[in-house]
Design a protein around this ligand. Structure first.
Ligand code: F6R
Length: 616
């Protein structure tokens, strides 16, 4: 969850590390800090700067870094923190140093055995300054460096740490390098003109890097690095180099007030790019990247989709398409729960892990668990070279461009499209769909992009229509069939951005209990596709109206009687029912942003959240 960046080179390293931190703020805003290796006539020293003031950490660091820039700095590391062990206060901010102040580390993840390690280090005379689990790494490294070259020392320290994590170390005695190592947690390396980087996320260095590298698991990688006698470390040129085609302007706020609003506005583009990469001009499937044997997929007897949060909701939408087109049973599970229910998995199971980042630890662990039990695995992810892309047997990329906003918007649309197309392809492979029909369905999906764009373009009018809701405090979202996951996604967006109670229910389930909560203070938002269930949806509207709730309908096509029952109707284009989630979710994304903005909240810094959950 924390953000990590490090840089080594002849370019302005201090500035590069700071820029990386600015771009990694979405990873955690409890604190920020950096360490620079400053070379002076008397030798190199480490200069550590930290700030932990809500909302202003980075500007505080910016002022302080200004003075360091004029000095000779060839290597530096930085960190934005999402607190796990130890309160979000200055003393717990990274980087952490050893007793001598000549070793600095930044860390993301949890060290499960840190208490034992810390006790032993304290007994041996080490002085700790923070409450974090991370600080043990600096002290262990201090000891290990006495008898080994830096890479061997870090490798031996890392071998003592239990859990999933990434570590980057800066050493005053080796001012022209930094060392990096990871287990499951994300870390990539990159190279720009006169500079090499390591970072937890591509956007941190996208504006400066020209080449990217995958950091392998459990192997120390040296960034920069001429002077040290490396024994075991790999340099960048030894690493796989995936092609990353993201544009640096996609991680800059081009006139938008927030990344949330910017990415919402680019939803149709994300959808179009994803579809274009997976459908040819004749409506045929482009599934080469999947690199899985079609004959193997043909024999699949069960599909399991795993994901978290918004990605889980995309999986719930995808289930309808896969079952409908491929006639294969689909289970959808919250990734963090999947492994604990002792799932029934065999060689006839296809597991699909859906994850924007490709780095959510729960989803990675779920996929690995299923693979170990014999399942074939596909990941649907937005990040080339991410962990899920690497460990799955096949990968289907969403092409939504970088997503910076903590609350997902555009990638959700791209995920739904990717799963829809996967369902069509499986349907064809399994002989359930004729190729012509599958192509027709793909063209239909392509045409929906325009419908989605029209809803996104109308977001100002939608926000105005929903403005009366911004003073409300209790929200219920209801839907049936494919509209239920849309309701769930709407409730999640509202909760995470505005912190208000928002619940989603299957519309038919409401009267089995939850309807007791409805009164005139409650807002009920009903998702209504144009499908065979319209009459049932009308029945549900009658029920909630009768309890005095304020009713909003997001309705596909001609509202008819819906308009008589709802206080507000947001009309979205009448698309084929399975594609309703693509047009139906946009007004809910708009609503969440409007309510949070009206409450004075920062859309890009939702409380307690960080992008990419890399702890279990
Ligand atoms: C919600 C949100 C989260 C993520 C979830 C999974 O707006 O962003 O719920 O969807 O943490 O993240 P990925 O998709 O990166 O695995």
């Amino acid at each position: 969850m924390c953000g990590i960046v490090g840089a080594v080179g002849t370019d302005d390293v201090a500035r590069a590390v700071f820029e990386g931190l600015e771009r990694l703020e979405y990873r955690g805003y409890d604190s920020a800090g950096l360490a620079l290796c400053v070379e002076e006539a008397s030798g190199a020293t480490l200069e550590v700067m930290k700030a932990a003031s809500a909302g202003t950490s980075l500007s505080e660091l910016k002022d302080r870094i200004g003075t360091s820039e004029r000095r000779r700095v060839r290597a530096g590391i930085g960190h934005t923190r999402w607190a796990t062990h130890g309160a979000p206060v200055l003393v717990n901010a990274h980087p952490h140093t050893d007793c001598s102040g000549r070793v600095a580390i930044v860390h993301n993840g949890i060290i499960e055995n840190f208490r034992t390690l810390r006790s032993a280090l304290v007994e041996a005379g080490h002085r700790f300054r923070s409450e974090t689990d991370s600080e043990v790494i600096a002290h262990l490294l201090e000891d290990a460096l006495r008898g080994a070259p830096p890479d061997v020392a870090l490798a031996s320290v890392f071998a003592q740490l239990s859990g999933h994590m990434a570590v980057v170390a800066l050493l005053a005695d080796h001012p022209d390098l930094i060392l990096a190592v990871r287990r499951t947690s994300p870390l990539m390396a990159a190279r720009g003109r006169g500079i090499e980087f390591v970072a937890s996320d591509v956007p941190a260095v996208l504006h400066r890097a020209t080449q990217f590298f995958e950091v392998p698991e459990d192997e120390v990688v040296v960034i920069g690095g001429g002077s040290a006698d490396m024994v075991a470390a790999r340099g960048l040129d030894d690493l796989p180099s995936p092609a990353i085609d993201w544009r640096s302007q996609d991680v800059e706020l081009g006139g938008f007030a927030s990344f949330y609003e910017m990415e919402l506005a680019f939803g149709a583009e994300a959808l179009a790019q994803t579809i274009t990469s997976l459908v040819d001009e004749h409506g045929g499937a482009l599934m080469d990247e999947l690199a899985l044997d079609p004959y193997e997929l043909k024999r699949i007897r069960k599909v399991v989709v795993v994901g978290a949060g918004t990605s889980f909701h995309a999986g719930l939408v995808g289930r309808f398409a896969i079952e409908h087109f491929a006639r294969v049973p689909v289970e959808v599970d919250v990734a963090s729960e999947y492994r604990y229910r002792d799932p029934i998995v065999d060689e006839g199971t296809l597991v699909i892990a859906v994850s924007q980042s490709g780095e959510s630890l729960d989803t990675i662990v779920a996929l690995r668990e299923a693979q170990a039990a014999g399942a074939r695995a596909i990941s649907v992810t937005n990040v080339v070279g991410s962990q899920l892309a690497r460990i799955a047997d096949g990968v289907l990329y969403t092409r939504a461009g970088p997503e910076v906003s903590v609350a997902s918007t555009k990638t959700h649309l791209a995920q739904i499209a990717a799963l829809h197309l996967l369902g069509l392809w499986l349907g064809e492979l399994r002989g359930v769909l004729f190729p012509d029909e599958a192509s027709q369905r793909r063209r239909e999906l392509t045409e929906v992009v325009g419908a989605v764009a029209s809803v996104i373009d109308a977001r100002g009018a939608i926000a105005a229509a929903l403005e009366p809701l911004t003073v409300r405090e209790r929200f219920f979202f209801i839907g049936r069939h494919v509209a239920l996951p849309v309701a769930m996604e709407g409730a999640l967006k509202l909760k995470e951005l505005s912190y208000l109670p928002a619940e989603a229910y299957a519309a038919g389930e409401l009267k089995h209990g939850p309807i007791a909560m409805l009164d005139s203070d409650a807002v009920v938002i009903a998702l209504i596709p144009q499908d065979r269930l319209r009459a049932k949806a009308l029945g549900n509207l009658e029920e909630v109206k009768a309890r005095g709730a304020h009713v909003v309908a997001v309705c596909a096509g001609e509202p008819g009687r819906v308009a008589e029952l709802a206080d507000t109707v947001i009309e979205v284009p009448a698309v084929s029912p399975l594609l309703f989630p693509l047009v139906g979710v946009v007004p809910l994304q708009v609503l969440a942003g409007s309510v949070a903005t009206a409450r004075g909240l920062n859309l890009d810094r939702p409380r307690n959240l960080a992008k990419t959950v890399t702890v279990e």
